[in-house]
Design a protein around this ligand. Structure first.
Ligand code: PLP
Length: 399
């Protein structure tokens, strides 16, 4: 039997009758403060004439983030990538670090900046998070740390991973770019391991436009990180080998302060959107909607679908093409996998990588839009398109 393609589906009357959205809807859009409040903050910023170098707004944002996350130290930075690079430096890492390939490329790239070789570990098929049992198998004398990643408003098993790191006397830190505002048990993500790094990029639940922060309950490590960030905002001078410019500007901090006031509202709106997708997509054979079940509170920032071609009838890639043709800008995170792209491809060639679950997720996951521009009407539209696709696939297969 010939394979059904996205072109075949788009040419069915079912799909032809659905007009594309007038304006393309990207996968994630910034929750942004009210413009009047934003204007007031910016007017004050211009009147003060103090734009960066650890100004009053940044100080206030760091204090408020410490309170919100219930963590001792927050070090705000330009973005999470810089934060991760600073983290490797502050932790004095070298040799090899175990991390998942199933993550945004910035995770292993941050290690590469410090001359560290990532050792790619597989993830669980159920929760998409790094598999602690696989971690232990990869520990060798030249491994100096584990860099866990908390994905999709969910988390890996931070307590289990911290225990493994203790057992082998190595460092442990987390890329928590996706999981701001999430809780594991009683504690907010941001309180585990030696340190954690968050992204405040535009696609994240809490945004400063571009930005990020490092959190740690270790005061000495925090001081080191402040010294690495730049000379501004340090409490005391400590010796560090390298410094950088990871400073967050007052303009970014102003946006952060306004957004932090609304974080509970943003999370509850995300939950509404998630529940609507769940209701509308629940009966579609071959499509499974991801739920963050390890955390006691999620930020619901990612709508992740797994497409099983054998039941859905077409591949994730074909479905993605159809959605994009209708101006629904779905994304295939993370494809290709980190181990499949330069320079890490070389590692894959020289080592025997065992990443079967990563490979499946790389080829089957699709992320749907969520965020400030996603109204209930848009969610309904997206789900109608997906249902129409499935109806057309089934009809074409019968012919
Ligand atoms: C898992 C993960 N880590 C790191 C980053 C890098 O964050 P930033 O864009 O703030 O540098 C991202 C960005 O999306 C990410 O998804």
């Amino acid at each position: 039997m010939l394979k059904v393609t996205s072109v075949d589906i788009l040419n069915t009357n079912n799909l032809k009758s659905i007009k594309p959205l007038e304006i393309p809807i990207p996968v994630g859009q910034l929750y942004w403060p009210n413009f009047n409040e934003y204007e007031t903050q910016f007017r004050a910023l211009f009147e003060r004439g103090y734009y960066t170098n650890h100004g009053p707004l940044l100080n206030e944002l760091e204090n408020q983030l410490c309170q919100y996350l219930d963590v001792k130290n927050v070090i705000c930075v330009t973005n999470a990538t810089i934060g991760l690079i600073m983290a490797s430096e502050a932790l004095d890492l070298n040799g090899k670090v175990i991390t998942p390939s199933f993550t945004f490329i910035a995770t292993p790239q941050s290690l590469a900046w410090s001359g560290i070789e990532p050792v790619f570990c597989d993830v669980n098929l159920e929760d998409h998070q790094i598999d602690p049992f696989e971690i232990e198998k990869l520990i060798t004398p030249d491994v100096t740390a584990i860099l866990g990643v908390n994905l999709w408003g969910n988390c890996c098993s931070p307590d289990v991973i911290v225990k493994i790191a203790k057992k082998y006397n190595i460092k442990v830190f987390f890329d928590s770019a996706h999981s701001f505002g999430c809780k594991y048990g009683e504690k907010f993500i941001g309180n585990f391991g030696d340190l954690e790094v968050f992204s405040f990029h535009a696609t994240k639940i809490f945004s400063t436009g571009e930005g990020g922060c490092i959190t740690t309950n270790n005061d000495a490590l925090a001081e080191k990180l402040r010294n690495i960030r730049s000379s501004y905002g340090i409490n005391k001078i400590v010796e560090v080998t390298k410094t950088s410019n990871g400073r967050m500007s007052e303009a970014q901090a102003a946006i952060g302060l306004l957004n932090l006031k609304n974080i509970d509202f943003y999370i509850s709106r995300n939950l509404e959107i998630f529940n609507l997708y769940k209701e509308k997509l629940s009966q579609i054979s071959g499509l499974e909607l991801y739920e963050a079940t390890n955390v006691s509170a999620s930020n619901y920032q990612y709508i992740v679908c797994k497409i099983d071609e054998s039941k859905f009838g077409i591949t994730r890639d074909e479905l993605c093409d159809i959605l994009i043709a209708k101006n629904i800008i779905a994304r295939k995170y993370f494809n290709p996998g980190s181990h499949k792209v330069y320079p890490f491809l070389q590692l894959s060639k020289s080592n025997t990588l065992n990443l079967p679950n990563t490979e499946i997720l790389n080829s089957q996951l699709l992320q749907l839009p969520i965020g400030s521009k996603v109204t209930n009407t848009i969610v309904n539209f997206i789900c109608e398109v997906i249902k129409a696709v499935k109806t057309s696939v089934d009809a074409l297969e019968i012919q």
